[in-house]
Ligand binder design. Structure first.
Ligand SMILES: NC(=O)c1ccc[n+]([C@@H]2O[C@H](COP(=O)([O-])OP(=O)(O)OC[C@H]3O[C@@H](n4cnc5c(N)ncnc54)[C@H](OP(=O)(O)O)[C@@H]3O)[C@@H](O)[C@H]2O)c1
Length: 248
């Protein structure tokens, strides 16, 4: 018996990295999984990887019309959602003097505005006893240079996680997961030269109490806990899955 038998899970940003690994685990645990993304290439690859257990839908989280349309489509195809993983996110790192309004707006539009309105449109479809999980980051607690805007978006998500847990209780549990450094395609999209990224990854590994960069399955397993009945008495928390970086 799977931990998500007969459950329907929506994972935004489910085409690569953490979201894709979580979709694979959720399917293994019996869920029908809906994943979203933007890039046609990775949408196609996700369809192949996930197979018939998944419904792969193109929807740009930063486009609120697309978010509304996504939930119209879901309402037509499914009667309810049991688990919502608000995971789509972008990270653009830059020091203060090299930051720009464009990189600021992109990160807030995807990570914050998109996440909030995803939760808003999803909530009426979420079944009694269902759960929402926001992907924040350990940067809600650790101040990293060059990550000021990204960290601010994740602080907002952490705040949504608590406020909405309070607002949506007792019907829906809401939690936040804060990954440490996890090996995913996001590192190649930071907008930094590859030697800087390599130095960044080496520094993360050296400072990490568990002395390794995390694997996507480390996050998928924790997401399974927080979005299944295994965490039936847990709401409003921020779970750090970061090798101890934020806590030790
Ligand atoms: N990897 C880490 O070290 C780490 C640490 C802490 C937190 N996180 C967070 O974990 C989440 C997943 O990141 P990841 O590391 O798995 O990176 P990733 O492989 O780059 O995955 C990002 C996912 O989000 C989707 N996405 C991005 N912008 C979108 C948009 N506007 N609309 C719809 N989908 C969008 C991407 O699809 P497209 O490519 O199609 O846009 C992709 O599916 C993010 O919220 C990230 O901030 C990651």
């Amino acid at each position: 018996m799977g931990k998500l038998d007969n459950k329907i899970a929506l994972i935004t940003g489910g085409t690569t990295g953490i979201g894709l690994a979580t979709a694979q685990l959720f399917i293994k645990e019996g869920a029908k999984v809906i994943v979203t993304g933007r890039n046609p290439e990775t949408l196609g690859q996700a369809k192949t990887t996930l197979g018939a257990g998944a419904d792969v839908i193109a929807a740009d989280t930063s486009d609120l019309k697309a978010v509304e349309q996504l939930f119209k489509t879901i309402a037509e195809r499914y009667t309810k959602i049991d688990a919502l993983f608000v995971n789509a996110g972008v990270a653009k790192f830059a020091p203060l003097d090299q930051s720009s309004p464009e990189m600021f707006d992109e990160q807030f539009n995807v990570n914050v505005r998109g996440a909030y309105f995803t939760a808003k449109h999803a909530a009426p479809l979420i079944a009694d006893g269902g759960a929402i999980l926001f992907t924040a980051s350990m940067v809600t607690s650790i101040a990293e240079p060059m990550a000021s805007v990204y960290s601010a978006t994740k602080a907002a998500l952490r705040s949504f996680g608590r406020s909405l847990a309070s607002e949506l209780a007792p019907k829906i549990r809401v939690n936040t997961i804060s990954p440490g450094p996890i090996e995913t395609p996001i590192f190649g999209k930071l907008g930094l030269p590859s030697d800087v990224i390599q130095a960044f990854a080496a520094d993360m590994m050296q400072r990490n109490p568990l002395k390794r960069i995390g694997h996507v399955d480390d996050i998928a397993k924790a997401a399974l806990f927080l979005l299944s009945n295994e965490s039936s008495y847990v709401t409003g928390i921020e779970l750090f899955v970061d090798g101890g970086m934020a806590s030790l």
